[in-house]
Design a protein around this ligand. Sequence first.
Ligand code: HEC
Ligand code: HEC
Ligand code: HEC
Ligand code: HEC
Ligand code: HEC
Length: 489
Amino acid sequence: MTAARPSLFDWARGLARPVFYLGNNRLSQLGVGLTTASAITLITFYTTEFFGVRIGPYVGIIVFLIFPAVFVFGLFLIPAGIGRKFRREKLAGRLPPEYPRINLADPQLRETILFVMVMSGVNLALFLTATYRGLHYMDSVQFCGLTCHRVMQPEYTAYQNSPHARVACVECHIGPGAPWFVRSKLSGAYQVLSVNLNLYSRPIPTPIEDLRPSRETCEQCHWPLKFHGDKLVVRSHFADDEANTKTYTVLSMHTGGLDPLTREPRGNHGVHLQPGSRIDYLAADHERQQIVYLRYRRPDGDLIEYIAADAAQPIEELRASPLREMDCMDCHNRPTHTFENPGWALDQALEAGRLDPALPFTKKQGLELLQLSFASQAEASSQLRTRLRDFYRSQYPALFNARRQAIEQAADTLVDIYSRNVFPQMNIFWGTYPNNLGHDPFPGCFRCHDGAHSTPDGSRTIPNDCSTCHALLAYEDANPDILRSLRGN
Ligand code: HEC
Ligand code: HEC
Ligand code: HEC
Ligand code: HEC
Ligand code: HEC
């Protein structure tokens, strides 16, 4: 007689027997309970969300991160319980010599097996969905910007008023590809911990040390050499006199790029971003505001070194220091978290009519009030209103009664400007975050183009003539010719 070859079915049955026997324990049962309960909750939430119910940031954490974690934990408890029972019974010598037979003729048992198989299928599908949804959720603007509301409020607020308000945080802070994804999740885990333990610094330090190079973030959307040509920049300024006298400054910015006809690099983008060239620099401070040494590789391969006139270290030491490669973020360090300065913000509000230029001294008063220090945004909100009213009530009583509405609107505008730029709870005040695009009030371009960065032999200096980067077409002029001719009168 030859023994019948065991079939796949017999093998499965052989495996199922100990699982059935050992699966009957408290831990595994708890696992089944947790998994089932969180599965039902998850399916309910996914369904309500499918029908358009919006899920807020805190509920989001529960739905997309905590329930899935409970779900997976439950799944994990099932084999853990089996393992524990196996070990215990083995130690106690209680393991049966042969596991009880599974009698497939028993309809109840057949139903149980069918149930377990169906549930495993559902669980697998749910596990994959929950993983996908959880990761997707952690990449959402809602998660990054609103979850740790207090911490991210300044960046999130400034972001909402910027040209990138529809670009997700992760597009600039993580970018595509698995390695940065994993890195961001690790640093994210640390951030969650530091927020909960109150370890984070206020303000959050800038620049971000290991921000991904712009080649892999900004340049996913922007082509560096796109030809922007010259761009007309018109700025209105309001003086601090009683009439809030308005003037214009008009610049033609030589942004440039690659000239579409000659293929020659033009303007600031052309020179700074042309292929084959690169600039590496050393900053003396963490904020990268004092640049002491730089190395410019030209497209023809020449290497030019520039040293700041006030550099304290000897050149050998500067050369041996680790340098940073200049990229988009060195000029556009505030592409989206664009904190304003009080002067610009008031000028813009006056220009837009949110502050009435007919109210005497609004610019001067606004500047003074915005720069007072308050303990919180709430205090600022009530103080700014009271003080502005007091000013007009005491100095211009007739106007105070006649123009009540304009004064109230001006007060609202001051509160609005304050609360999108100053965050006392995070130690963020005017100017905490420097903006490098320009040269006033932060050094910006003048960190290198100040006329004091020269080659070691002094023969060549980084240009700082006023026409290098822009043509100044009008400067604080009440009625500049250039605007008149553009308007055609
Ligand atoms: C267009 C690209 C871009 C987007 C979109 C973006 N950021 Fe940033 N973010 C930056 C850059 C660039 C810096 C670094 C500035 C520097 O190095 O000086 C930064 C810095 C930060 C900082 C450090 C503090 C600071 O202000 O320098 C935080 C916090 C931050 N971002 C949070 C967020 C959050 C939250 C979102 C989404 C709501 C977001 N960012 C969206 C580009 C972006
Ligand atoms: C997901 C795509 C995307 C990414 C990533 C992105 N941008 Fe943009 N950026 C845009 C779009 C779209 C606009 C145009 C917005 C508009 O005109 O309203 C824009 C506009 C700009 C502008 C012009 C702003 C203005 O005031 O008109 C600058 C400067 C800029 N981006 C720089 C950057 C920098 C620097 C980075 C990397 C830190 C970056 N962008 C990353 C899509 C992106
Ligand atoms: C050397 C500094 C510098 C570097 C580096 C730089 N930019 Fe610019 N960029 C500027 C200046 C200055 C402007 C003009 C600002 C203005 O018009 O107010 C500008 C303008 C822009 C604009 C708006 C153009 C327009 O006319 O609307 C975009 C978009 C832009 N930059 C994207 C980038 C990207 C992407 C990178 C990196 C590949 C980059 N820039 C690197 C200085 C720089
Ligand atoms: C880290 C130093 C550094 C910073 C910051 C910097 N530049 Fe430059 N820039 C250079 C160097 C180096 C050159 C090339 C000088 C040379 O030709 O040897 C250059 C060249 C230029 C040129 C071409 C000048 C010419 O006539 O050939 C323009 C325009 C320019 N930069 C604009 C800007 C603007 C605008 C900013 C600020 C938004 C800026 N740069 C910020 C280092 C810098
Ligand atoms: C290295 C490039 C560079 C050089 C050199 C330079 N500027 Fe500028 N300038 C800029 C940039 C960038 C801006 C900001 C444009 C913007 O805000 O959109 C700016 C803005 C200005 C503004 C407008 C400020 C405002 O908001 O009203 C004035 C005025 C100005 N520059 C004057 C000068 C004068 C005067 C010189 C010569 C001493 C000079 N600039 C040299 C790059 C430069």
